[in-house]
Design a protein around this ligand. Structure first.
Ligand SMILES: Cc1ncc(COP(=O)(O)O)c(C=O)c1O
Length: 400
């Protein structure tokens, strides 16, 4: 067993997590509190990709597709173990956006069929469905609820939105706006009873917390591997339930005919692609397994609660994330009453070198804070002290 696993198991203290931090490149010049967008790859991942690039240059065609790509089946096996599905249900691609579009445009639907989405789904997901609506006359039904509503109310809102014409339920596992987790299993169970196909946008859940595809019971699960897993930028995973594969169109015309099984969704249908990017998935899985998804989730929750406790008595501090939820992980959103949040974001970055992310959806606006497991509580001390200073020096103008 590695140093990381030994240390993280031995103690829950800060010192234990220092061994994890040592596996990552230093984040500079900014304190990186926007890991929900893309996380830095661990050093071993970075090195593997650099080596793979060099290897490729020596004999590109042969070294990429006859050498590096021989590792892909075992990578799929490992991913399948992590997320509890069959390797034959996994397609590797570039990111969640690609996987989501594959599902959105690949499910056969007819004019008048209904698809249920919500205000909080990822913008390009909503646009994808609106495009299908314009092109094919399918009906998009918006399920309305509040981002902080109780799970029971959210489930009830979706049930109310369902009709005999409902064909697809589009769900988001964690909202990237504020880190709220949806009761996906309950919703998928209900959808299955009604023969409604389920698409789960898990861009932010896989590797941030334990996720079981089988347990969720969805038809499609989509994620990015460059977020919480720490694979190189440009890696994603689409999982299609075996019972759905034959009935779903691929986004890109496949090279092989007939297109058999999950392969028709894989990245090689893009045409020429870069195998060095996928070679970094295996070392990312390795580190993730050494830490363990459960421990990662617990640590991310601890870090979120830590900074929120430090900041909650700031005048006007408002949290838009359910901090007491068991599912809370590494994403939360806050605002300061009466303050211009865009300006606060830029002041924190320009004057204090702290990078958090301005997010606005519907009438909710604030700064998203997303630490990762390579961060320490001392990083969050720096962030909250910068926040207090930025507010105290009134560098931030009141909102208009
Ligand atoms: C919920 C959600 N869905 C989809 C995406 C798109 O992910 P990517 O940019 O990796 O395609 C994101 C990215 O932040 C996200 O948070």
């Amino acid at each position: 067993m590695s140093v990381v696993a030994d240390t993280v198991n031995a103690s829950a203290g800060e010192d234990a997590w220092k061994s994890v931090r040592d596996q990552y490149p230093a984040q500079e010049p900014l304190l990186n509190l926007n890991n929900a967008a893309v996380s830095p790859p661990p050093l071993a991942v970075e090195q593997t990709v650099i080596d793979a690039y060099r290897f490729i240059s020596r004999n590109p065609d042969y070294n990429m597709w006859s050498k590096l790509d021989t590792a892909l089946p075992s990578i799929k096996h490992e991913l399948a173990e992590l997320i509890d599905c069959s390797p034959d249900e996994i397609a590797l691609n570039r990111n969640s956006s690609e996987g989501l579009s594959t599902a959105i445009f690949g499910i056969p639907l007819e004019k008048g069929d209904q698809v249920i989405i919500s205000d909080w789904d990822y913008p390009s997901v909503r646009e994808g469905w609106f495009q299908r609506s314009q092109r094919e006359g399918i009906e998009v039904v918006n399920c309305a609820f509040d981002l902080l509503d109780h799970d029971d109310d959210v489930v009830e809102a979706y049930v109310q939105a369902m009709t005999p014409r409902s064909r697809v339920l589009q769900l988001t596992h964690i909202y990237h706006w504020n880190g709220r987790v949806l009761p996906i299993k309950r919703l998928c169970d209900i959808a299955r009873e009604r023969n409604i196909v389920t698409i789960v946008d898990g861009a932010q859940t896989f590797a941030q917390m334990p996720v079981s595809f089988r347990e969720l019971g969805c038809d499609f699960f989509i994620t990015s591997l460059h977020k919480w897993l720490g694979a190189p930028v440009g890696n994603g995973m689409l999982i299609v339930n075996l019972r759905r594969i034959d009935r779903t169109w691929p986004l890109l015309a496949p090279f092989d005919k007939p297109a058999i099984g999950i392969d028709k969704f894989d990245h090689w249908n893009l045409g020429t692609y870069n195998s060095a990017i996928q070679s970094g998935i295996a070392p990312a899985i390795q580190l993730h397994k050494e830490i363990g998804a459960g421990k990662m989730h617990a640590r991310l929750r601890e870090l979120s609660r830590y900074w929120i406790d430090l900041a909650r008595n700031i005048t006007g501090f408002r949290l838009h994330t359910p901090i007491d939820a068991n599912e809370l992980g590494g994403i939360s959103l806050f605002s300061i009453d009466g303050m211009d949040m865009r300006r606060l974001e830029s002041d924190l970055r320009e004057k204090y070198r702290v990078h958090v992310k301005y997010r606005k959806v519907m009438d909710i606006e604030g700064l998203r804070v997303s630490p990762h497991v390579y961060m320490m509580k001392s990083d969050l001390d720096i962030f909250v002290s910068a926040l207090r200073d930025a507010l105290a020096t009134s560098a931030v103008q009141p909102a208009l």
